[in-house]
Design a protein around this ligand. Structure first.
Ligand code: NIG
Ligand code: FE
Length: 426
């Protein structure tokens, strides 16, 4: 009998204590996700040219995998491999300090009141306009390095603190430089419609008109963003304004994302479904009707438990109801200088469990595979499976259940992005 040809690999992580796989992964629009995880004990993972080619028991590696000459061979002893986390919603590029607002909120002022009084997003806008691009870049790069320590391999970053063309482009250029400098996979989102700056308040329609006629075409021409996001909220952008902004983005090849139902239910979820947005985010106030609309729509409901905690909301997004309804729930950090300073994936895993009452398996799937779908990469990343990118977060211990349990203190031993070792303590 002829022995079956072995699979060739140029990168192996061998003898892992545990490898977490998803037996029933979400398969896209109209399908219902499975929420089970399985832990393969004493397992190995092999990849070639950055793509996973084999996952199986360590003892079978030499039988089934041909290790190419010059392959990198890492010892995974005592480590657990999970898919690299995907943080699909962040405002990681910013400047300045809003710790006073943090205290004001503790004393009872609301987020929207602070924004209406010229604080909030508008204060960060002032700081961004005043800080040189190089310094904004350095600060963001430092944050990014901390995020990596929590196991994130893919991160989305939004503009939205420039709020004029010059400064929106400045933010997007910083994000572009981060893409060049960092080993992480970085996904840029344009969010010119994040707030209405004080000097444009007299005529918000003219501001929206400028975003649509000038900013979006320019951002698209310079290829500085993949997505177009809008804050659909009273005191920010109405549904009609949001529709125009998101439709203009679609015409220019920018897929839609939306901040919906964070404080008030205005109709952002309906708009997301109508436009085929890749995700609808926040959803703190979303009720049964909104959940019904999201069913089968392909829009990924993304909830941000760090934000509802940080804003001391009396309740959190109805994540359990979304899971029960068969929705492919995702979670993300929303890291930003005002409404959520929690940074990275591990604390969000913990908060998803503590506040949203997700199981450890649900939190992991929501923060990896489903978050990958929230960026349109649901077939390429987000799970440890042949055919997907070799994106791994390796944590100490023999189970992924330690990650949320350790409530934000867990740190990776190694991080691998597309087969490249980005953090290495092997
Ligand atoms: O997603 N809600 C709007 N935008 C951000 C907050 C930004 C800020 O406060 O600086 C959010 O929570
Ligand atoms: Fe946000």
């Amino acid at each position: 009998m002829i022995a079956p040809a072995k699979i060739s690999a140029d990168f192996i992580v061998h003898n892992l204590a545990s490898v977490v796989v998803f037996p029933e992964p979400y398969r896209g629009q109209g399908t219902v996700p499975g929420w089970r995880t399985e832990e393969l004990k004493n397992a190995s993972i092999a990849s070639r040219e950055g793509v996973i080619v084999w996952v199986g028991p360590a003892a079978r590696l030499s039988e089934e995998v041909h290790v190419e000459a010059n392959a990198r061979f890492c010892n995974g002893c005592g480590l657990t491999a999970v898919p690299g986390f995907v943080d699909s919603h962040t405002h990681l590029v910013y400047a300045g300090d809003r710790s006073d607002e943090f205290e004001m909120r503790v004393q009872g002022r609301s987020y929207l009141d602070i924004l209406a009084a010229g604080g909030g997003i508008l204060r960060t806008t002032e700081a961004i306009r005043n800080l040189p691009e190089d310094l904004i870049f350095v600060e963001a790069l430092e944050r990014l390095e901390q995020v990596m320590q929590t196991g994130v391999t893919t991160i989305e970053i939004k503009s939205g603190y420039g709020l004029d063309l010059e400064n929106e482009l400045k933010m997007l250029r910083v994000i572009d430089r981060l893409r060049d400098e960092s080993l992480m996979r970085i996904v840029p989102t344009f969010m010119g419609a994040h707030a209405i700056p004080a000097d444009r308040r007299a005529d918000p329609e003219a501001f929206v008109d400028e975003i649509c006629r000038v900013w979006i075409p320019e951002v698209a021409r310079l290829e500085l963003a993949m997505f177009n996001d809008v804050f659909t909220e009273s005191k920010a952008f109405s549904v009609a304004q949001s529709r125009r902004i998101l439709e203009t983005g679609l015409e220019h090849g920018l897929r839609a994302k939306i901040h919906a139902d964070e404080v008030n239910v205005l109709g952002g979820v309906d708009l997301a479904v109508e436009l085929g947005a890749v995700s609808a985010d926040h959803l703190l106030m979303t009720g049964a009707e909104g959940i019904e609309k999201l069913k089968g729509s392909g829009v990924i409901p993304t909830v941000l438990p760090g934000t509802s905690t940080y804003l001391m909301e009396s309740h959190h997004a109805p994540a359990r109801k979304m899971i029960e309804a068969g929705l492919p729930l995702a979670i993300a950090s929303d890291h930003n200088p005002g409404s959520c300073q929690f940074l990275g994936a591990t604390i969000i895993q913990a908060l998803a469990m503590l506040q949203l009452r997700l199981s450890a398996s649900e939190a992991l799937i929501a923060g990896t595979l489903h978050a990958a779908h929230a960026l349109g990469f649901g077939e390429q990343i987000g799970a440890i499976e042949p055919g997907r990118r070799m994106d791994l977060a390796l944590f100490p211990g023999d189970s992924f259940r330690q990650i949320g349990y350790q409530a934000g203190s867990s740190r990776v031993e190694a991080l691998i992005v597309g087969g490249v070792v980005a953090i290495d303590r092997f």
